[in-house]
Design a protein around this ligand. Structure first.
Ligand SMILES: [Zn+2]
Length: 65
């Protein structure tokens, strides 16, 4: 069914969800688990968390694989 080498690590929490790549989204070839995706969607844009997460995403997205 699903290939075991497709077990991406979330760029945010560093976890591999049980369902692997099915359990999140791929953004610019970076994987984001569903939990973190929800976290970002639920974030208040003024919160400290939001800034921290965006910073992290920026670093990861700027760096080439
Ligand atoms: Zn995550």
């Amino acid at each position: 069914m699903y290939n075991s080498n497709l077990l991406p690590k979330c760029i945010l929490c560093g976890e591999t969800p049980p369902m692997g790549i099915m359990d999140g989204v791929v953004l610019r070839s970076k994987f984001l688990c569903h939990g973190c995706e929800q976290k970002i969607l639920d974030l208040d844009t003024c919160s400290i968390d939001y800034d921290a997460i965006i910073e992290k995403l920026k670093i990861l997205w700027v760096s080439k694989m």
